[in-house]
Design a protein around this ligand. Structure first.
Ligand code: SF4
Length: 338
């Protein structure tokens, strides 16, 4: 199968139907042992210091892994992707644009998917067949999500890793399915996390801290029970067609569509506090104003750039946030008792 780089979650059913193996370049970048090196490749090529690290990392990953075709999302993801694609073109890499409609509407999505299928010499019927094949992977990912927040037997880190990987199913969906099934079976035999641990929601784009944030929270008696965007990658509302599935996927659309999903999940998952991660130099960071205005829970906003672990300063901020949540929990308990 020919590899095709992707810059975010896209309708991979169409890519697979066309005989391509999607490779999520974000995952390649962040899981490489030395992500700074990929950023250096981009900066040596002239990417400015004040450009988002994910964009530079995607560029570096693309060159290092000799990816010759990239599908980039021009509407509904990142304002920098269009220029990234222009630079990739300059380097002789074939770029294919895909634009999510400007609002979640299956009737608008259908022609966008048709056009992509046509560009890749396949059909939507063939892609619907792949959708059926991928359903068991998506169901397993959502089962793991339930084991995280409901049964409390899967960790926030496991949740993050398996859900974020559903953008390309770790480049091999058969292997993904087998390994995730084994993990789900293992989780079902575990004792649950202590019920008094703080329940944290992680919203925003995946962070550059890798596994550090999740592990650190657990050392302080707190765990992530909701990974917002990662869960969206697994398509929690698949609908009855590809057009419906990718219209129900909230990430490409207005922040108010994301808010509906977030507020419902915060309540259902009995979340104590929210960590909103924003990437330095990313337009999405401005959305913090809206989250702070609309969400009724305490929010800690963390901004990351190119530090690939939690610095001492960040740990102190996270710890202070957790202390505040613990105090407010104790206060509410006392008020309920009097
Ligand atoms: S973090 Fe923001 S600027 Fe960076 S790639 Fe993602 S959407 Fe684009």
């Amino acid at each position: 199968m020919n590899k095709i780089g992707i810059t975010t979650t896209v309708p991979i059913e169409i890519l697979l139907a066309a005989g391509y193996q999607p490779v999520d370049l974000n995952n390649v970048f962040i899981t490489t042992p030395n992500p700074e090196r990929l950023i250096n490749i981009a900066e040596r090529a002239g990417f400015p210091l004040n450009c988002c690290s994910w964009i530079k990392g995607i560029y570096g990953a693309c060159l290092e892994h000799k990816i010759d075709t990239v599908l980039g999302v021009t509407t509904g993801d990142c304002s920098n992707t269009v220029m990234l694609m222009e630079v990739l073109k300059l380097k002789g890499i074939k770029t294919i644009p895909f634009a999510y409609p400007d609002r979640p509407d299956a009737q608008l999505m259908e022609p966008a998917l048709e056009a992509l299928a046509k560009t890749l010499n396949t059909t939507l019927d063939a892609a619907e067949g792949v959708r059926e094949e991928l359903k068991s992977c998506r169901r397993l990912a959502l089962k793991l999500d339930e084991l995280t927040w409901k049964q409390g037997v899967a960790s926030g880190l496991e949740n993050h890793l398996w859900l974020v990987s559903s953008s390309d199913f770790n480049q091999d969906y058969h292997k993904y399915q087998k390994e995730l099934k084994e993990l789900v079976e293992k989780c079902l035999k575990r004792p649950p996390y202590p019920p008094d641990w703080l329940r944290i929601a992680y919203i925003g784009v995946p962070s550059v801290y890798g596994q550090d944030l999740y592990k650190y929270l657990e050392t302080k008696g707190a765990r992530v029970v909701f990974n917002e965007i990662q869960r969206q990658f697994a398509m929690p509302h698949p609908g009855n067609s590809l057009a419906e599935q990718y219209s129900n996927y909230t990430y490409p659309y207005s922040i108010y569509d994301r808010l509906k999903d977030i507020t419902a999940e915060l309540k259902k998952r009995r979340v104590d506090g929210v960590i909103h991660y924003v990437q330095a130099f990313c337009h999405r960071g401005i959305g913090d104003i809206i989250f702070r205005n609309k969400l009724k829970l305490p929010i800690l906003t963390l901004e990351g750039n190119d530090e690939f672990s939690l610095t001492h300063h960040l740990k102190t901020r996270v710890e202070a946030f957790l202390d505040m949540l613990q105090r407010s929990r104790r206060r509410n308990k006392t008020l309920q008792e009097v």
